[in-house]
Design a protein around this ligand. Structure first.
Ligand code: PGA
Length: 257
């Protein structure tokens, strides 16, 4: 898997207005001109910005995704957005099960599974986020928790479809302002466990599924995470929203990997 392109993406969460988002894209496309093709980039803006940002990205090769969706194609679900609506926009990917969705909107593993199956039906590439919380970690059941999340999220996903799935491992305790960056050895071990489970479930296809790491990734630690065999990319929040640090991360990866 290490000889594949490195995937680098950012979820903007609920942070940018349209003007800021478009300015960000303009800068990103400038930075991208200095990169070789080793890095596959993707960005995940808020719903109202998807159409204009898609236009701005046209022909750039930067992939575009949405932050969540419902699993039903249509129905009485006020406030929700359906997979068919998102596939009309010809998005590339859909982020599912981010820890903030699980924490604030009660999304559970079964919801994530329904969404993953719906995404596959609509040719949207699911980016399934999993991660143990600090209680799991303190009680040394992180590995088991990840196994449970992933097995449920992938239930019913067939071998021939699984090659379009991406996994983001993001320990809940490492994410955001109060997050504590994880030790690179710990990340390597969990990525190894995730890979082993994917191979157990999908044999050789399990080797091909990209596993990204996320949670307080920054200029000081990104290289340590990327050194692990089973870290196939990074899913970055704050350090990617700031183009100065993101640019340095991207140029370093481009030069050294
Ligand atoms: P962070 O966010 O890099 O700001 O910790 C990561 C994420 O929530 O995906």
């Amino acid at each position: 898997m290490k000889n594949q392109n490195i995937l680098i993406g950012t979820n903007w969460k609920m942070t940018k207005n349209l003007k800021e988002g478009r300015e960000y894209v303009e800068k990103l496309l400038e930075v991208k001109k200095g990169l070789t093709s080793k890095i596959d980039l993707f960005i995940i803006p808020s719903f109202p910005h998807l159409i204009p940002i898609k236009q701005d990205l046209e022909g750039s090769g930067v992939k575009l995704g949405a932050q969540t969706m419902h699993w039903e194609d249509s129905g009485a679900y006020t406030g929700e957005v359906s997979p068919s609506m998102l596939s009309e926009l010809e998005l590339d990917l859909i982020e599912l099960g981010h820890s903030e969705r699980r924490q604030y909107y009660n999304e559970n593993d079964i919801d994530v599974n329904k969404k993953a199956l719906a995404a596959i039906r609509h040719q949207l590439q699911p980016l399934i986020c999993i991660g143990e919380d600090h209680l799991d970690k303190d009680n040394e059941v992180g590995k088991e928790r990840l196994r449970e999340q992933l097995k449920i999220a992938l239930k019913g996903v067939r071998k021939e479809d699984v090659k379009n799935v991406m996994i983001a491992y993001e320990p809940v305790w490492a994410i955001g302002e109060n997050g504590v960056p994880a030790e690179p050895n710990y990340v390597a071990e969990q990525h190894h466990n995730i890979r082993a489970l994917l191979v157990e479930l999908y044999e050789e296809f399990g080797e091909e599924i990209p596993i990204l790491y996320g949670g307080s990734v920054n200029l000081n630690n990104f290289e340590d995470y990327l050194k692990s065999d089973n870290v196939n990319g990074l899913f970055i929040g704050r350090a990617a929203w700031d183009m100065t640090s993101f640019k340095e991360i991207l140029y370093t990866i481009d030069k050294n990997y």
